[in-house]
Design a protein around this ligand. Structure first.
Ligand code: NAG
Ligand code: NAG
Ligand code: NAG
Ligand code: NAG
Length: 418
C-alpha cells in the first residue's frame, strides 16, 4: 500500500515540479485539504466488511492522496460492469478469485476457470462424496485463481510452489497456521522467474538473491563485498540497516545475522577479508572463469552441459552423481542422507528424486517421518496410527485412507519394498 501511495504522489509530482511537490505534500497540506475542500464520503463497504459487503481501501485519486477511498468488491453472482469504473452504474470489482463475465442478461461476477479452481472443485466433489483423506488438504488458490505459495502434507512438511502449482525450491516442517504466517516463498518464486525468463539468454547460471531453506529471503544480502539487512518476506532493504564491507568487517556484525542460518561460520572468523559464499557458488565461479579463459584461448565450450547451478540457498542440488556413477541423495552440506542411493541401469536410478529423503532430513527430530524407498523417493503407501494411504511423488495423500492396505488403489504386492 505504501508503494502505491508513493507512486501516485510521484505521478502527480512529475507534472508539477518536484520541489513544489515536496513542499505541497509535506507541510500539513493534507490537514488543510481534508478540512477544505474536504474529502467526499467513501463507499460504506470497506467499513462494513461482512460476508456480503466488503471492499478494498486504496489511496484516493486526490492530490497527495489525502483522502481514503473504498473500492467495493462484489460476491459471486453479483452484477458487475465490464470495462471498469465509469462504464457501468456501479463502480467496483469482482472479489478475489472472481471475474466479470458477460452473459445474456447482463454482466456477473463468476469464479475464474483456472487449474487451481478446477483442482478445488475436484477436491470439493470428492469431499462431498466422503472420499477425501484425513491428511489431504484442499488446494489453496490466490486472488487471481492461481496456486498459493505453498502446499502442505499435514504432519510432515510444506513446500513452495509456482503459480502453476509446480513444486519449486523451499521446504519447512509443517506447523499449521504458523507456516501460513512464516512461509512466503517470495525468494523462491523470484528465482523461478529468473530461471524461466532470464536464463535462456544467459550463458552462465544466474545467481539471484540468496534464499533460506524455506524459500524466504535470507536476511543478509550482498552486492559485491557490501552486505546489508533485508526483510525476509519482501526482500526489500531494511530502513535501519547498517552496512558492512567484507574487506574489513565480518557478517556477524550485522543486526540481522542469525547463526542458525550460517552453514559456514568460519567465513566470519579470524582476520579479514571475510566472506559470504558457499562451496557450490565458488565452484560455479571457478567453472565460469575456466570457460571464459578457454573462450579467450579460442575454444568453443558448451556452457549448459558443463556448469551446474546451485539451489537458491547456495547449496548444491540434492542428487549428486558419485565417481562410479551411483546417484546419491545429499543434504545441504553435500553429505549423503541415510543410505539413499541408486546404481546405474536400475529402475530406481531412472526415477530417483530424493524428495522423501529430503523431507525426512528436514523432519530430523520427528518420530513420524515418512517411509522412503531405497532411492530416497516417497514409498507410494504410507501408514500412520493403524491407517494406510496412497501418496503422490511429493508425499501428498491422494485418496481416503484404509486400515486394510489391499483396499488402496495404489496397492501392489511388493508395496513394502517400493
Ligand atoms: C452486512 O451488512 C449490511 C449493512 O449493515 C447488511 O444489510 C447485511 O445484511 C449484512 N450481511 C451479513 C451477511 O451480515
Ligand atoms: C474451464 O476450462 C476448461 C479448460 O480450458 C474447459 O474444459 C472447461 O469446460 C471450462 N469450464 C467452464 C465451467 O467453463
Ligand atoms: C575469504 O576468501 C578469501 C579469498 O578466497 C580468502 O583468502 C580468505 O581467507 C577468506 N576469509 C575467511 C575469513 O575465510
Ligand atoms: C559406488 O560407490 C558407492 C559409495 O560411494 C557405493 O555405495 C556403491 O555400491 C558403488 N556402486 C557401484 C555400482 O559400485
Amino acid at each position: 500500500m505504501a508503494k502505491a501511495h508513493c507512486f501516485i504522489i510521484l505521478l502527480l509530482c512529475i507534472s508539477k515540479s518536484l520541489i513544489l511537490c515536496d513542499v505541497l505534500c509535506e507541510q500539513g497540506f493534507c490537514a488543510t485539504y481534508v478540512n477544505d475542500p474536504g474529502c467526499s464520503s467513501t463507499a460504506q463497504e470497506c467499513s462494513i466488511n461482512n460476508a456480503t459487503h466488503h471492499g478494498l481501501t486504496l489511496p484516493s485519486p486526490t492530490i497527495c492522496n489525502c483522502c481514503d477511498y473504498c473500492l467495493p468488491t462484489f460476491n459471486e453472482g453479483a452484477h458487475c460492469s465490464l470495462g471498469g469504473p465509469g462504464t457501468g452504474t456501479t463502480i467496483g470489482r469482482c472479489g478475489d478469485g472472481l471475474t466479470c463475465i458477460a452473459e445474456a442478461d447482463g454482466n456477473f461476477c463468476r469464479r475464474m476457470n483456472t487449474t487451481c479452481h478446477r483442482d478445488q472443485d475436484d477436491y470439493d466433489a470428492r469431499h462431498l462424496a466422503g472420499e477425501t483423506g484425513e491428511l489431504e488438504e484442499r488446494p489453496s488458490c490466490d486472488g487471481k485463481g492461481k496456486y498459493d505459495v505453498f502446499s502442505c502434507v499435514p504432519t510432515q512438511t510444506c513446500f513452495c510452489q509456482s503459480e502453476d502449482g509446480e513444486r519449486i525450491f523451499g521446504e519447512a516442517v509443517y506447523l499449521g497456521v504458523e507456516t501460513k504466517r512464516n512461509m512466503h516463498c517470495r525468494c523462491s518464486r523470484l528465482h523461478e522467474k529468473i530461471k524461466k525468463n532470464l536464463s535462456p539468454g544467459v550463458p552462465y547460471p544466474v545467481v539471484g538473491p540468496r534464499c533460506t531453506p524455506d524459500g524466504n529471503f535470507h536476511p543478509i544480502q550482498c552486492i559485491d563485498r557490501k552486505c546489508y539487512c533485508v526483510d525476509t518476506v519482501s526482500g526489500e532493504i531494511v530502513q535501519s540497516t547498517t552496512f558492512v564491507n567484507l574487506d574489513e568487517t565480518p557478517l556477524t556484525e550485522l543486526d540481522c545475522y542469525d547463526a542458525d542460518l550460517d552453514l559456514y561460520p568460519e567465513q566470519s572468523r579470524g582476520d579479514p577479508p571475510y566472506n559470504l559464499t558457499t562451496p557450490c557458488i565458488e565452484g560455479i565461479q571457478d567453472q565460469i572463469d575456466l570457460i571464459q579463459q578457454s573462450e579467450e584461448e579460442g575454444y568453443n565450450v558448451d556452457f549448459f552441459s558443463t556448469v551446474q547451478g546451485c539451489l537458491p540457498d547456495g547449496t548444491p542440488t540434492r542428487i549428486v552423481t558419485s565417481r562410479n556413477r551411483t546417484k546419491i541423495c545429499v543434504d545441504e552440506r553435500g553429505e549423503q542422507i541415510g543410505n539413499y542411493q541408486a546404481d546405474p541401469n536400475t529402475p530406481e536410478y531412472n526415477n530417483i528424486d530424493c524428495k522423501c529423503a529430503r523431507t525426512s532430513h528436514i523432519m530430523s527430530t520427528s518420530s513420524e517421518k515418512p517411509i522412503c524407498c531405497s532411492n530416497g523417493n516417497f514409498r507410494k503407501i504410507q501408514c500412520r496410527r493403524g491407517m494406510c494411504r496412497c501418496v503422490d511423488s511429493d508425499g501428498r495423500q491422494t485418496e481416503m485412507e484404509q486400515s486394510d492396505v489391499t483396499k488402496l488403489s495404489c496397492y501392489t504386492a511388493d508395496w513394502r519394498t517400493c
